[in-house]
Design a protein around this ligand. Structure first.
Ligand code: HSE
Length: 323
């Protein structure tokens, strides 16, 4: 832990939630924030220019400590560039508390980047009200996310920043459509203990897709959103299917197809790979069914010789916020 970051010492602390991205047919476009788990970034001004990382906890020493290679500090530095004007260019020091496992498919790098960008905005926002919907924060968080993910896709950044369910419509400039699903559901997330980097998972994808698969996906994507907005469980159950990306990604996760089937048998009505994996998620009508789905998926992974970590949660309407 760092020395008691708190308001008295000038520290600002921002929490950003985990997220499930892609959500079946919405590759690089859909994501929703989840309750209970996420990353926290503490930041305060310092007189020297630039961003310095003073500590990182919860990562087992795995994350880079160099400011130019860490998602949170790159995002904070991007905010600094956008808002601070010479000659009074301030620097920042930041401390990162990782609540999310790395390379898990739960938007870990995005959560750190979002928390870094928002914490920096509190400090260098030139007196502007901190507004998580401002394009500058979105772009700065995306600058941070790029360091880890290697691409400018915002389907984890957007829900972690904004909460709810977000459709990313563009990143340059940032455009999105956000809503809170009328469908009430619980979410099971199970992370088997293998790491899959987003870069590796993207390299596993084909360069082109058949027209038939594309048609299936855009039909499913539109139907899924309609089902979520209308609270129609059957539509969501039928449409949360990806013909384009998941078939390739599932091959990287031992037991993925069996885990998905086991979750359905245990009472979930939909599910799939979370982001680039290896986390699998399942949607269920109530907490008990979500817990049963999580247990069923964990059992499949155990059969593959993989320990796993399970969480039962809900879609989180709130995005990044000060703590
Ligand atoms: N849409 C991204 C992917 C999310 O699946 O590669 C992971 O960051």
């Amino acid at each position: 832990m760092i020395d008691t970051p708190g308001r008295a010492e000038g520290w600002v602390s921002v929490f950003a939630p985990a997220s499930v991205s892609n959500v079946g047919p919405g590759f690089d476009a859909f994501g929703f924030a989840i309750e209970a788990i996420g990353d926290t970034v503490h930041a305060r001004l310092r007189s020297e220019p630039g961003v310095r990382i003073v500590s990182i906890t919860g990562d087992g020493g795995a994350l880079p400590r160099e400011a130019e290679r860490n998602t949170a500090s790159v995002a904070a530095a991007s905010m600094l560039r956008r808002f601070s004007a010479p000659p009074e260019t301030p620097g920042l020091e930041i401390a990162v508390d990782k609540g999310l496992p790395l390379c898990s498919g739960l938007g870990s790098s995005a959560a750190s980047a979002v928390a870094g960008a928002v914490a920096a905005m509190h400090l260098v926002g030139a007196g502007r009200e901190v507004d998580v919907t401002s394009p500058e924060v979105f772009e700065a968080a995306l600058d941070g996310e790029m360091v880890a993910a290697g691409g400018r896709h915002a389907d984890n950044v957007a829900p972690s920043l904004l909460g709810g369910f977000v459709i990313v419509r563009g990143v340059d400039p940032p455009r999105w459509a956000r809503f809170e699903p009328a469908l009430r559901c619980h979410v099971a997330v199970v992370t088997p203990q293998i790491e899959i980097s987003t870069r590796a998972a993207r390299e596993a994808l084909p360069e082109s897709v058949s027209l038939a698969d594309a048609v299936r996906n855009w039909s499913n994507a539109a139907t899924l959103v309609l089902g979520l907005v209308q609270g129609d469980r059957d539509l969501v159950a039928d449409a949360l299917v990806d013909a384009v990306v998941e078939p390739h990604r599932a091959k990287l996760i031992p037991g993925a197809e069996a885990a998905r089937a086991a979750a359905r048998e245990a009472g979930a009505f939909a599910g799939g790979v979370s982001g680039s994996g290896p986390t699998m998620f399942a949607l269920a009508e109530n907490e008990m069914a979500a817990a049963a789905a999580a247990a069923a998926m964990a059992e499949v992974f155990a059969g593959e010789g993989l320990a796993s970590v399970s969480t039962t949660t809900t879609i989180c309407p709130e995005g990044a916020r000060e703590r």
